[in-house]
Design a protein around this ligand. Structure first.
Ligand SMILES: C[S@@+](CC[C@H](N)C(=O)[O-])C[C@H]1O[C@@H](n2cnc3c(N)ncnc32)[C@H](O)[C@@H]1O
Length: 233
């Protein structure tokens, strides 16, 4: 009987582990498939094809260049946000091939000051991002780093924090950087749709803990915009 209990426990643990490992491998596979395709053909815009959600029933009204890079509309929004709030220091986790970093750097260039530190741990994605950033004419605004967001050491106060790394590390990295984020700064976390849940739940949990105050934008993959509670005075 005891043997049976241990076996059942092992099965439950195994299934839970698979639930973490399989999506992670799917994402790695997807990233590398996009990089291989990029080596053969130019990028093109297409309609979003993520599943509809109650808050975003028509994802096909949005555009994307690939399923890893933010929706095109979010990229445009990031640029506008940078020219609107004029951050001195932006930190982005998850560079992938550099689209969002380049868009935010366009905003910095229009402002005439500031810089963005963008962090990527995947060797192939980092190499592609570096190539694209160097060719963009915006490299002077961007510091790219090949490391894990959870190990990154950033000097100074962060005015705009954009979290777009691995889904399961978003909460951990937000908690890691939170003390350095300006009380008047902005926190943006991508993939906060009700379909993805993990990120949305983490943001709502941190709100319940009184750490942040958050708004959920209803885009295909979802974008949470938050501010530290201490900044809302
Ligand atoms: C969704 S993509 C980022 C897309 C990009 N922000 C854009 O819209 O152009 C996520 C990227 O985060 C990277 N990543 C995941 N976890 C990371 C971590 N802990 N530290 C650094 N990079 C990470 C992945 O390798 C992947 O390239």
């Amino acid at each position: 009987m005891a043997h049976l209990v241990v076996s059942t426990g092992s099965i439950v643990t195994g299934v839970a582990l698979l639930g973490v490992i399989v999506p992670r491998f799917k994402k790695v596979f997807e990233r590398h498939r996009i990089l291989e395709r990029l080596a053969q053909q130019d990028e093109f815009e297409q309609r979003e094809y993520v599943a509809a959600t109650p808050e975003c029933p028509r994802p096909d009204r949005w555009r994307m260049v690939d399923p890893q890079t933010c929706e095109v509309e979010i990229l445009e929004f990031l640029r506008s946000l940078v020219t609107t709030v004029k951050p001195q220091l932006i930190v982005e986790t998850g560079t992938f091939i550099g689209h969002s970093a380049i868009k935010m750097a366009e905003g910095l260039k229009a402002n005439g000051f500031g810089r963005i530190i963008t962090i990527e741990f995947d060797r192939a994605a980092f190499a592609k991002a570096k190539e694209r950033i160097d060719a963009s004419g915006l490299a002077e605004w961007i510091e790219y780093r090949k490391e894990s967001s959870l190990e990154a050491k950033i000097e100074g106060t962060i005015d705009l924090f954009f979290s777009d790394s691995q889904l399961l590390t978003r909460e951990q990295e937000l908690r890691h950087f939170l003390p350095q984020i300006s009380p008047c700064g902005l926190i943006l976390v991508h993939d906060a749709s009700s379909e993805i849940q993990k990120v949305r739940e983490a943001m709502l949990q941190m709100e319940q803990e009184g750490l942040i105050s958050t708004v959920l934008l209803s885009t295909p993959r979802g974008l949470a915009i938050a501010q530290k509670k201490e900044g809302r005075k």
